[in-house]
Structure formats: C-alpha cells, structure tokens
Design a protein around this ligand. Structure first.
Ligand SMILES: Nc1nc2c(ncn2[C@@H]2O[C@H](COP(=O)(O)OP(=O)(O)OP(=O)(O)O)[C@@H](O)[C@H]2O)c(=O)[nH]1
Length: 612
C-alpha cells in the first residue's frame, strides 16, 4: 500500500448523509445523485434505488440506512469519491439516522418547498449539529405549484438558524439543482481527516447476516487501513477474526484491495457468531490495536413491547434464530422468551414504535418465512409494591395483584407538535383528550407554532399521529422524547373467553376509561371471534369483578362462513396491511382467536370519535 498516495487521496473523499422530514424527497434526491454521477447506468435505474428492501419500495418509505460510493467529476477537474448514506425520516427510525451521521462529515438537509420546516427537520438537524456536521440545505420540490422557496429559505434561517442564502433550489423529481448541489458538496463538506498510518479504528454502523459470507460489517474508518488477511478485533466484544474481503457498495458490492481512513465500506471475516458483532463497536487490528474504542452509540430503549408467537408452536426455535439475525440489522430490536398460557412459547419484543413493530413482523415473515401472531403492544409500567420493591412490567398480564400494588407509574414523553397557527385549537383539544399536560407554546415565526405537551406514551403510540393529521388537514408534525415515569390511576383489565382468562388479551387502562373501554372491547371481540357450536361468554374483569360482558351466540346450522369477522372498514389499518385471505388463528381452549382480536384493544370507539 502506497501511504503517500492514500494521504493524497483522502482530500478527495466526501462522506455525507441526507436528512429530512419524512416525504420531503431524500430518496428521490439520492436517486438523482446516483444517476447524474453515472453510478448507476440509466437502464438499471429504478425509483428509490437505495430502498432495496421490498417492504421499503411497497410502502415508499426508507426503513434502513444505506451507504453507497460514487465518483463525481468536479468542475475543478478532480475526481471526488462520495460516500452517500441515505437515512429514514420516520420518527421510529431516528436511531438509524444518528448512526449514519456518526459516519459522516456533512449532511444535506432537504426541506420541502411546499411544506417548509417540520418537526423531524428540526430533530434531524439537531442530531447533525450534535455530531458537528457541516449542513448543506436544499429546498426541494420547487416544481410544485404550491412551492414557496423564498418563504422556506427564511424559515430555514429563522426557525433553524442556518445560513440558507445559497441553499440550492431543487426539484429532485426533475433533476433541477442537482449539479449545483454536487459542487456544494465538494466545496462545503470537509474531507475526512484521520491518520492512515495509525492503528485501525473503524466504526461498525450497520451489519447484516449473509448465509454465504457470514456477518457483513458496514464500517467507517477513522484511522488506519484494513485489507484481506488482516487479523481484526472487535474492541468491545474482544472477538478476533481474519478479514476475507473488504469493499464498497456502488451500489452493488465491489471488492477493494484495502479500505483506508476516511472510507465507508464493508468488511467480511467469515463471522458466524452473530452475538459478537454489535453495531456501534470499533474494529481494530489485533496485531496493532488502537488504545481506545470510538464512542459507540446511545443505546436505544424500546418504547413499546408486544408478544410475538409463532402460529405453529414447533417454530419457536426458528423464530429465535430469525430474531437474532434480524437484530444484527436492527440494533433497536429487543426480545426475550416468554410463555403465555393462551399462546404458548414466544418472545416479548421491544420496539421503538408501532411502525417499527409492524416492520419487524413483516420482515420476520418475509425474510424468514414465519407466520406470527402479535399481541397488542404495551408500554413499560413501573410498579411500586407494598413490600417496598419496584418492578418493571412490560406485559399487562404480569401486572401484580392489586392487593400488593402501591403505585403504578407510566412513561411520559415530551411531545413537540409543530403546526400552523390556525390549527392550535384542535391540537390542544386532542392532547387534552389524551391526558396531555400543557407545557408551552412557542411561535417559530408568524405562521408556525410549536405546541409542547407532556403526554402519557401509551396515549401517543397508537393512533395519535393519525388523529393529529386528520384534525390539522395534514399540516401538523410530531416529534417526541421520553421524559420520565409518573404515577397514574391505572388498572389491569382481564378478558375471559368461555370463563377462561386469556392472558394475551389483558390490557392496562386509566381507571376513568376502564368501564367504557371494556364494554367496547368486549363488543369488538364478539364481532371478531368466529361463532362456534356452543355459546361463548366474553367478559372483562378487574380482579374478580366483572365489569362488562356479552355472549357470542352458537351458530345455527344454515349459517356458516358469512358470519366470520366484523365490519372490515372498522378494523385497524395495521391489519389491513396484512395479507388478505389469510386468517391467523390461535386455538385457546375450545375457542379459535383470530389475530384481529389481539389488536382490538388498540382502538376504541370512544377514541375513534376523539380527534375527528
Ligand atoms: N413534485 C415533486 N415531488 C417530489 C420531488 N422529490 C420527491 N418527490 C416526491 O415526494 C415523495 C416522497 O419522496 P421520497 O424521496 O420517497 O421521500 P423521503 O424523504 O425519502 O421519504 P422517506 O424515505 O420515507 O423518509 C415521492 O412521492 C416523490 O416522488 C420533487 O422535487 N418534486
């Protein structure tokens, strides 16, 4: 390896991410950049090229970060090596954003010219500023008739506090402004520094399991070099491996002779033990190790928990293996085995939000060929017991008996809702209705307000965002951060089918809503659970006290499949996404319970009326 040549080359490297609020056009802009730098031949170009998961394409959202190398021939006559990292925009996936930012020197900030600055625009800018990144603003979608680029320019300056005087005006859709942006990347984003001769320090910012090559590590080198044959050590886990291949994604994997400080690429080393390679770890050279590991990532704490059970109990081990492999690629996923009387052996899994949960379930089914039942998600409760101890409860059915409980606390978040002035009223009404405690209201400029509330997380995770959107004509945007646990008057409600408690259907509710919610849910279950040839009582209880009940009548001979299921339109969106025609059932005692039943507790009629 020619060290001088490497040092010279470093000044032509630019590592950057693209950040934005969801749907402002990151992936489209990334597509144009790939196209205009001839990274991808026109005939191979397809929309959202970096969104390579089927799921991402179908839903039109980015879930995973993706890194790609491209070459840009700049006006100064030099060839620059760009490493572009596309990131997701949805709040559930912001941990992916912070990981990719740690691998970069700069960030392109995309702001929609018609929507302006939104909640995650700000949240992502703050993440980038935390990492001291150079921010290059781009005002996108200027082709839209409703675009107001000059207004958005002053918003970027006034609301975010960035100089936007030479922000590129772009239409990623039409390719306008992209050549100018490529030049700004060269001029504004600093080249990486970091000694190529120093001991190897490479940050693992992602990893994926490949059946043939083992674990493929996505890395950013901050010092030193790495090449096939090198003996590497994972600094946190201490495990050692011999490198078999290094390379870059362009966007298909391309082998390289070596990677050097400043590069973003991949390393394979026939790593089969997936527990030894954590995202956030530092790779060093075992024969010439670095003294200190790079700062890792903030551990992400799951916000919601749900049980995942294979419909076929024999698939429990397959599910474990699938979760382990998926975790490699999704560091925020947590899981531990649990047993449900009703559902058998499964896992209690922690997610960052409902979209994350939904994505994990779908990936497990598609990528690992499993069929799963998911129980209703729940937040974590902190329970103080009369004996002075404290217990964390992630599964409502494990809530201790009322007689031994002193207080139950639930997680609160600080919710920041950015909204145009005229919608402040409906937003406050919705927050109040969801037990929110008003904090402040800040005027960002003459049109926009930040409304800040302290809210129980359990009120926010389910359909709050949909309600927020519908009560503000889609204009409100939301960001939230965990705050603390606060005591609330909460009760556990059990559901009994045919006199038998179904643990997976238990849920926690505020006492104030316990009776109405129980009636609602019992009514819903009556519609969802198929009739049998005997009558099934459906009851809700707090402790031994029955607070709601109904009966599912036995079917008569002439009535068959038609009675199955409830009113389709009233079922949750989550379920609509699931493959139609396939009915998941779990037999509990003598009763068959379909997947919908476990989700029935998520939405109540009272809430349906709520924000509309
Ligand atoms: N009119 C117009 N539409 C655009 C432009 N850029 C992107 N879009 C559209 O805006 C929508 C969102 O674009 P994406 O590139 O998927 O947005 P994103 O920010 O990557 O979204 P996530 O990856 O889910 O965070 C798509 O329907 C694009 O076709 C543009 O310049 N003009």
């Amino acid at each position: 390896m020619d060290l001088q040549k490497m040092k010279d080359h470093q000044k032509y490297i630019r590592n950057f991410s693209i950040v934005a609020h969801i749907d402002h056009g990151k992936s489209t802009l990334a597509d144009r950049i790939l196209e205009m730098t001839d990274t991808v031949a026109k005939r191979d170009m397809k929309d959202q090229l970096l969104d390579n998961m089927d799921l991402e394409r179908e839903r039109g959202i980015t879930i995973k970060l993706n890194a790609v190398e491209l070459t840009y021939h700049a006006k100064d006559g030099h060839d620059y090596e760009f490493h572009l990292i596309d990131t997701p925009g949805h709040v559930d996936f912001s941990y992916e954003v912070s990981r990719s930012l740690a691998a970069c020197e700069g960030a392109i900030l995309v702001v929609d010219a018609a929507q302006g600055v939104e909640a995650q625009t700000l949240a992502n800018v703050y993440l980038a500023l935390d990492d001291n990144l150079e921010i290059v603003p781009v005002i996108n979608k200027i082709d839209l008739p409703s675009a107001e680029p000059e207004k958005v320019r002053s918003e970027i300056e006034n609301v975010i506090g960035l100089d936007a005087s030479d922000a590129v005006l772009a239409s990623a859709k039409k390719g306008v402004g992209v050549p100018e942006l490529l030049e700004q990347i060269v001029q504004k984003i600093p080249a990486p520094t970091g000694d190529v001769t120093g001991p190897l320090k490479a940050l693992v910012f992602d990893s994926v399991y490949d059946d043939y090559r083992g674990v493929v590590l996505s890395v950013r080198l901050f010092e030193g070099t790495v090449q096939p044959g090198d003996k590497i050590r994972m600094m946190n886990s201490g495990s050692e491996y011999e490198v078999t291949e290094v390379g870059v994604n362009s966007p298909k994997p391309v082998k390289r002779d070596y990677l050097m400080s400043g590069d973003v690429g991949y390393i394979t080393a026939s790593i089969k033990d997936i527990t030894q390679t954590r995202v956030g770890d530092t790779v060093t050279n075992a024969n010439d190790p670095a003294e200190k590991a790079l700062p890792g990532y903030r551990e992400m704490n799951p916000m919601v928990y749900a049980g995942l059970y294979p419909t076929d109990n024999a698939k429990f081990d397959d599910l474990r293996e699938a979760l382990e492999k998926l975790k490699l690629n999704d560091a925020a996923l947590e899981f531990e085995p649990e047993i449900s009387k009703a559902l058998g052996f499964g896992f209690r899994c922690g997610f960052l939000g409902l979209l994350h949960m939904d994505v994990v379930q779908e990936r497990l089914e598609r990528e690992f060929n499993l069929e799963l039942i998911t129980t209703a998600p729940s937040v974590t409760y902190e329970v103080k017991l009369t004996d002075g101890t404290t217990k964390k409860v992630e599964n409502p059915s494990e809530m201790p008996d009322v007689s031994s409980v002193k207080t139950i606390s639930e997680p609160y978040v600080k919710a920041t809702i950015m909204v145009p002035n005229e919608y402040v009223g409906p937003v406050m009404e919705l927050c109040q209705h969801r037990r929110g405690i008003f904090d402040t209201m800040e005027y960002l400029d003459e049109y926009r307000v930040n409304v800040i509330y302290h809210m129980p997380l359990s009120e926010i995770i389910f359909d709050f965002f949909d309600k927020l959107k519908s009560s503000t004509k889609g204009y409100a945007s939301l960001d939230y951060d965990m705050e603390d646990y606060r005591p609330s008057d909460l009760v556990k409600i059990d559901i009994l089918l045919n006199g038998e408690k179904v643990d997976a259907l238990s849920f926690i509710s505020h006492r104030q809503f316990a009776a109405t919610r129980s009636r609602d849910i019992v009514g819903k279950l009556k519609n969802i659970i198929p009739r049998q040839n005997f009558e099934i009582p459906v009851q809700a209880s707090i402790g031994a006290k029955i607070i709601a009940r109904t009966n599912i009548k036995a079917y008569r001979k002439d009535v068959t499949a038609k009675l199955y299921g409830g009113d389709r339109t009233r079922r949750m969106k989550l379920l609509e996404k699931q493959k139609v025609g396939k009915k998941r059932m779990k037999a509990v005692g003598k009763v068959d319970i379909p997947q919908e039943a476990f989700m029935a507790v998520l939405q109540t009629d009272e809430e349906e009326k709520g924000g509309k």
